[in-house]
Design a binder for this molecule. Structure first.
Ligand SMILES: Cc1ncc(C[n+]2csc(CCOP(=O)(O)OP(=O)(O)O)c2C)c(N)n1
Ligand code: SF4
Length: 479
């Protein structure tokens, strides 16, 4: 059994100095007098010491008074957006199976904006420990009502007291989490007095040890005072913690299956790129194209926005381009944009193609715009980067591109598709026109790709016809 008797002195898992603000006292903490956060930090650091876990632990602190966790814990630290620590922690736990994760969250964070994240991380049984600091109020932002604020509690947003008929009853999170199948250990503790602090210390230690033993999801709720938010002196706040909070939120273990649960099973291994491509029906990329390193190295980023009305196949045009990029060993993202569009408005997608990594999937400044109808040109013309290219479906767009600092390529996409006997393939004309004009990727590979993608031979033949017709038109009229 690890040594639990390490309460004297500063835990090793804390930094030597707390540099909250450069130039200020290097030992000062940012918590108010009588706040529970500092005490809970110490219990966690002591447990990390005795279990020798600090070097392998990532501490995820989200939004709330715990936001500055990274000034205290000499562990890995990640700052998560409000309520999202269990989702960030999931990523860390899955990417680093040898490491440990502590998600440290307040009640506003975990039980309000982050309810979905905590429920699903718990339900999946992620191998992480959640320390849930329940002080029954939003401390950091000046004392608004939290889902855990008690009946009748006056807060900045419930000045007449929490009315259950209007605002619902305070949520008991430990009871909810314990009801899920996956969590192995759930306990509610308090940091109100020595006896309870010792129990809290033991609970945190047990939860972290369970994580070390790869047992799965553990959850410790710690009732804690917020003298500032409660508008009480530190002494009165502790009294309220004991008399009021501990009454509504009974302390104790809600779940402990540590003895009976085996080590958590690993999820199935992730499929390889090749498996994914086979599953998507786009074939083995090596079988389709051999790209040279120079091609990939010299590839110029393509930020493509394809827009039209519903039914024109703009989303499929985007995935076709994306698949082609994957076959060229390029990095690619495809992002459909489903706005609350009106009939006759625009449906569009973003395709980002680069040679190494894609920074963001959002194409807000395209260097290629494919406008398949009039509203698309109206909406996106001004977003195109100077020097970029706009491909216009001149079959149905009768206006011209107003900008003089971009290239405009007019292609009667719908007519070309109709003439080739497959009206619906205007989207394929758009893709082929773009490739013929820009030479960004190999047009013949698009044909190879179709042969793999389309099961029906007549569809393949018709689309090949469309592609040739588009190429011919562009070479004759647009170059
Ligand atoms: C997305 C988002 N919404 C709102 C806020 C503002 N905000 C900062 S802290 C906080 C409340 C945190 O309360 P709690 O989780 O109870 O932690 P405590 O401060 O009491 O420890 C809120 C709403 C924010 N930072 N981000
Ligand atoms: S506002 Fe409340 S939770 Fe935040 S530091 Fe002060 S006492 Fe602690």
């Amino acid at each position: 059994m690890e040594n639990l008797d390490n309460t004297i002195g500063k835990p090793q898992s804390f930094y030597d100095t707390f540099e909250r603000k450069p130039g200020k006292d290097k030992q000062i903490v940012h918590y108010c007098p009588g706040c529970g956060h500092g005490r809970i930090h110490k219990l966690i650091a002591e447990a990390l010491d005795s279990l020798e876990m600090a070097d392998e632990t990532v501490f995820v602190s989200p939004v709330g008074c715990s936001v500055f966790g990274y000034y205290y814990f000499d562990t890995g630290n990640i700052q998560a957006a409000h309520g999202r620590a269990p989702a960030v922690g999931t990523g860390v736990a899955r990417a680093n199976k040898k490491g440990y994760v502590i998600s440290y969250q307040g009640d506003g964070d975990l039980a309000a904006i982050g309810t979905a994240e905590i429920i699903h991380a718990a339900n999946r049984g992620e191998n992480m420990t959640v320390i849930f600091v329940n002080n029954g109020i939003y401390g950091m932002t000046g004392g608004q009502m939290a889902p855990t604020s008690l009946e009748g509690q006056k807060t900045a947003t419930s000045p007449y007291g929490r009315d259950i008929a209007d605002m619902g009853a305070p949520i008991r999170m430990s009871e909810i989490i314990a009801k899920l199948d996956a969590p192995v250990y759930v306990e509610r503790v308090s940091v109100s007095d020595f006896k309870n602090i010792n129990k809290a210390k033991k609970a945190i230690h047990t939860a972290l040890k369970a994580q070390k033993d790869r047992k799965g999801f553990t959850f410790v709720e710690v009732l804690s005072a917020c003298p500032e938010g409660w508008k009480l002196s530190p002494v009165d706040a502790i009294k309220r913690l004991q008399d009021v909070m501990e009454t509504y939120y009974p302390l104790g273990q809600y779940k402990n299956e540590l003895e009976t649960r085996p080590t958590k099973a690993e999820p199935l291994p992730r499929p390889s790129d090749k498996d994914i491509m086979t599953a998507l029906g786009v074939g083995d990329k090596a079988a389709i194209i051999n790209v040279t390193d120079t091609f990939v190295k010299n590839f110029k980023e393509q930020r493509v926005r394809i827009s039209g009305f519903g039914g024109q196949g703009v989303l499929l045009a985007g995935t076709t381009l994306g698949n082609l990029a994957m076959h060229h060993e390029l990095a690619v993202t495809w992002l459909p944009s489903y706005g609350p569009e009106m009939r006759g408005g625009t449906a569009n997608c973003h395709v980002m193609i680069n040679n190494s990594v894609v920074g963001t999937p959002v194409v807000d400044k395209p260097n290629v715009l494919i406008a398949m109808n009039g509203p698309s040109l109206d909406e996106f013309e001004n977003t195109v980067e100077a020097g970029g290219t706009i491909f216009v479906n001149s079959s149905i767009v009768d206006k011209k591109v107003k900008r003089t600092d971009v290239k405009a390529v007019y292609v009667p996409m719908t007519n070309i598709a109709e003439d080739a006997g497959i009206k619906k393939a205007a989207n394929m004309v758009a893709v082929a026109a773009y490739l013929s004009y820009s030479k960004a990727m190999d047009l013949n590979s698009l044909i190879d790709l179709l042969k793999v993608n389309f099961k029906k031979k007549e569809l393949v033949d018709a689309n090949i016809k469309v592609i040739h017709a588009a190429k011919e038109y562009v070479e004759k009229n647009c170059m």
